[in-house]
Design a protein around this ligand. Structure first.
Ligand SMILES: Nc1nc2c(ncn2[C@@H]2O[C@H](COP(=O)(O)OP(=O)(O)OP(=O)(O)O)[C@@H](O)[C@H]2O)c(=O)[nH]1
Ligand SMILES: [Mg+2]
Length: 281
């Protein structure tokens, strides 16, 4: 795929298909869980979710909360609740033992539709809820946690789930795992880059060095300090890929600094939360 210096264009074929399939399933589901990456409370949510999903009852999950500062995240919960007018919960699908509060809420927001069906004479059935979100935000991980199994495939890159999959959680709830969908129109390149920082865009779509440099360029002074501390740069040294390479002694043959390796490590360290807890919106 093209590695464009300034623009990230990534909308592979499987996503176009996934979006069609999502709309097809819409009439079958009672509610929708939209999973966001807590590090990007704005940039990882869909601008026009009703265009994508209609007016279904919705629940927002800020997942990967473990990679953010709890107090900072609290502020975002209020902002999102106000903006979307739906319940917002935080989750950590990696470390939490119990995510049952999601089940409770999902059943609750589905209940009106189930009641309506029963009024029409149908028997009570489990709530059917679709789990949607950008690639790599943790949709499948959440479902696995809820079933205490590896029923769905997960992975630390964008586009792991390729097909929809119904998973029974308990007699009250069935969840539909779906492939992560990224908006086709990436007019907002700032958002596209942020999504690249958290691995929501395939690594084939960009150059590591450019994205690593972009990440360094959007950090607040406070965040810069965390990076400098992690890479052991002293106060007078600027936070640049070159200086990190130098500090780590990452050199290629001929004595040149290994900027590619530095970029890959920097992005990985950031994504795994090694450098600290960050919210980038
Ligand atoms: N630190 C942390 N990592 C998480 C959390 N949830 C998921 N992950 C990791 O994030 C990566 C992506 O998880 P998946 O469940 O495959 O994400 P997905 O949304 O299903 O991704 P697609 O199927 O590609 O759309 C995996 O490496 C998970 O281990 C979380 O709450 N905290
Ligand atoms: Mg998945």
């Amino acid at each position: 795929m093209k590695k464009d210096k300034l623009h990230i264009h990534w909308y592979p074929g499987h996503i176009a298909k996934a979006e069609r399939k999502l709309k097809e399933q819409l009439t079958l589901v009672d509610a929708v869980i939209e999973v966001l990456d807590a590090r990007l409370p704005l940039s990882s949510s869909y601008d026009n979710i009703t265009g994508l999903l209609g007016e279904k009852p919705r629940l927002l999950l800020l997942n990967k909360a473990d990679l953010t500062d709890k107090n900072e995240l609290k502020k975002w919960i209020s902002i999102l609740e106000e903006k979307h007018g739906v319940p917002v919960l935080t989750t950590d699908a990696k470390n939490s033992k119990d995510l049952n509060f999601i089940v409770k809420k999902a059943v609750e927001i589905s209940e009106p539709r189930i009641q309506a069906l029963m009024k029409k004479g149908l028997l009570r059935r489990p709530a059917r809820v679709m789990v949607v979100g950008m690639p790599n935000v943790g949709k499948s991980s959440i479902i696995n946690k809820l079933t205490k199994s590896s029923k769905t495939k997960i992975g630390a890159k964008a586009g792991v789930t390729r097909q929809q999959q119904w998973v029974r959680i308990n007699p009250q709830l069935e969840l539909l795992d779906t492939p992560g969908i990224i908006p086709m129109k990436q007019d907002d390149q700032e958002r596209a880059r942020k999504l690249a920082f958290v691995n929501s865009v395939s690594e084939n779509a960009y150059s590591n060095e450019i994205v690593a440099n972009e990440l360094l360029s959007i950090l607040t002074p406070n965040q810069i300090e965390k990076f400098k501390e992690y890479y052991k740069l002293d106060e007078t040294t600027d936070l640049t890929l070159e200086n990190i390479a130098q500090a780590r002694n990452w050199i290629v043959a001929g004595g040149k600094l290994d900027i590619e390796r530095t970029s890959v490590y920097l992005l990985r360290d950031f994504r795994e939360g090694k450098i600290g807890k960050f919210i980038l919106d």
